[in-house]
Structures are given as C-alpha cells and as structure tokens.
Design a protein around this ligand. Sequence first.
Ligand code: SF4
Length: 453
Amino acid sequence: MKRLYIATFGCQMNEYDSIRIEELLSDNYKKVFEPKDADLIILNTCAIREKAEHKVYSLLGRFKHLKKKNPSLILAVGGCVAQQRGEEFFERFPYLDIVFGPHAIFKLPELIKTLEINRKHLCINNLEPHFVIPRARGQLWGIDSVRAYVTVMQGCDNFCTYCIVPYVRGREASRPPGDIIDEVRLLVASGIKEITLLGQNVNSYGKKEQGFPSFAQLLKEVSKIKGLKRLRFTTSHPKDLSPDLIECFSQIDNLCPHIHLPVQAGSNKVLRAMNRHYTREKYLELVSDLRSVCPDISLTTDLIVGFPGETQEDFEQTLSLLEEVKFDQIFAFKYSPRPGTKAAKMSNQVPELEKKKRLAKVLELQDKIGLQRLSRFVGKNIKVLVDGVSKSNPKQLCGRSPGNHVVNFVGTKDLIGKEIDIYIEHACQHSLKGRILDKKGTGGEFIQEVVNG
Ligand code: SF4
C-alpha cells in the first residue's frame, strides 16, 4: 500500500469531501499523519477566509523540500481554492502535480494513474456538481467511529456579498433522496449512530428539482431508518427556515434539539449590505418560534464583525442581539475580503485594528453568555453519545449532548458508541464535565474507572 497524507481546511463540506477522497483511494493508499511519510499529499483547501488560503500557500512552500527528496511524491491541491485559482497554482508552485476542484473528486483515482504514466501537471476545475457515491467501507465512513456526515446538496444560490462559495462551489444542486437514504442506511449498518445532513443551505433542498421532497419531508424519511440514534443537519439559512422544518423539532424523536442558524450581523443595514434577505426582527421571530416548539433547543450561529460600512452603532446591535438571543455557541470572524465578491469592492472597509477590537468584544461577551447557557445543565442528567477519548485528557472519554455540547467524563473505552446518562457536575468555558450515573439514577454513585490503555 502507498501512503496518503491529507490536510483539510474549512467547513464540514470539506471534511466530508476528504473522507470521500480517502475512501476513493483506499484500494491503493492508507492514511498517514505526517506529510514526510506520504507518497501522495493532498491539501483540501478553503477559500472562505484569507487566512486559510495563505496557510495552504505556506504549506505548499514547505513541501518543496519533500518533493526534492522524493521526486515520485505526488502533490495535489483540491477544494475551493483549487477551483478558484486553477492553473495559477502551477505558476507559483511548479513542483505541484494536480489541482482539482470540489466537483472533480471522483476523477482523482484516474488523475493519479495518468500522472504516474506521464508526469505532467493536471488541472480539473470546470466540472458541474457531482455527488460521489460511497462504497461500504465501515472504517472510513465517519468523523469518528460514531458520527458521520451525509451531503444532501451542493453549491449555493444566495450570493451573500462577502462569500465566495457560489463562485467556487457553483449553483445549488440537490442529491436524489434515494441516494441519501441508501447512504444513511449503509452508515447505520456499519455502526454509525449519529448522522448530520450537510449542505450550504439545506433548507432549500429539493426546491429546484421536480418531484423532490422538501427538506422537512426528507428529514422525516431519514429519521425512520432503523438504528439511527441521532439526526442533525447544517447549515440553515434563516430566510429559508420554514414553519414545517421548525415543527420537525417537536415531531421527530431522534432529531437533536440543536440548530446552527447563521445570523452574521445584528444590524438591518449591515444585513442588507450582506444580501442576507432577512431582518433582525425576522431572525428574532424565528428564534422565538424555534423555542416555542422546542424550549431547550441549543442555538449556535456565525457572525462577521467589521463588514464594510459597519459603524460602531451597527456593531452594538450585534452585541445586543447576542444578549437577546443567548446563543449556546458562536463562530465569530473578522470580515475577510475575498477577491471576486461584491463586498471586497466596497469602498467603506473597516480598518483591521477596529475589526480586531470588535472581534475581541464579541468573544468576551459570548464567553459570559456561553458559560451561563452551559450552567443550565449543572446538577442535571443528560444523555451523552460517547464518541471517543477526550482530546484534552486521555484519561477521560468525551461525547455530545443532544444539544451538541461536548461532555467529558471518566469511563472505559467499551462505552464508545453508546448513549449513556451523565450527571453534570461542572460547566467549563466550552464544555461540560460529569460522571456516569449508576443504574439507580439521579446523582448516582461515582464510577471511577481509568480508560483502558
Ligand atoms: S448562504 Fe451566503 S454565506 Fe452561505 S454559502 Fe451561500 S452565499 Fe455563502
């Protein structure tokens, strides 16, 4: 077997694509964790922020010496930056072998074969969305051995003025429902307990395809698959969050009480400039509808600070929105101009230092709110799906609550993949700590066992 090193940047779509890449190449390649050990290095790139793009360039620069040492090493760049820059990559990195866009993943085995015969640069970045059909290979499926993503659609039609996705991932295309159901069935049969349905904007699933179900209908169908313990989805655009989908939170037993609903800004003026097609008031109404259907729903969001034209007053409206909604978690970023987008050409850019200050303020406020939100679980029992050994403490296990909060506790590895009751003792900044309940229930006896080897 040859050896594959793959580095993934960006969103869950890219994580999903990397898993598909590993799977497609698994007849000839096994995964390694150090670039120096690899015969094939793939960088699966993200174009959403400048920082992630620069990281790719810097890594490629560092790989030059590996290529010098081992001329048969294959160096490939995939993902959104590859789609956007295409052949340009070869000018800057002449030792690079393959550039492939996100829709060309399925061509990768063929590209590698061609390259092995005739060592010439290869670039494919002009294909339409294509869904890679997975094969039944249990160990390669998931984010871990318990959870997996399943893509339901690709691309985006929304053209938010800051976002590069519609230019690199193309227009929205939904995957046939039968393929989705088949993939979930395969995953569940291979031991996966939790599925997250993925798309740039899952709420508009099937709207363009004749005879496709709505996303709410698809969710109901998927939820019925025997053995599926937990179902999630991401991402939802607020403008397309339908009452039917909101109702799903009270109708589907295995749908987890969590929604990631990117708000991006608290000011209507900024939301308009971002081309988001909802107002602050509409967003708050959606939050209230969600909470009336599912009172303890966990809400997470994305935020951009320092969007062009964002005044101090606009920014304060973002802070007040945080106070008002009380998100469980936020993913906040400084606005990063992306070449080719409308916002990058706007004349009223916010100075970098100001963006930094605003980001620090938002994070400081959210730290307080997040901790308050997590504290509501202290002294309670929650069902945790155990997904592995804790990253911060190898003597502990970790898992997720239904609301997607990380929970750490002491336990044995045979619990991985099981849903167990945990008594929450402590809320940390971004996670919960607890202990396993004994069979008698509340508070339970503390079962202290060190994780096996
Ligand atoms: S909805 Fe907006 S932010 Fe999300 S992928 Fe589409 S264009 Fe980008």
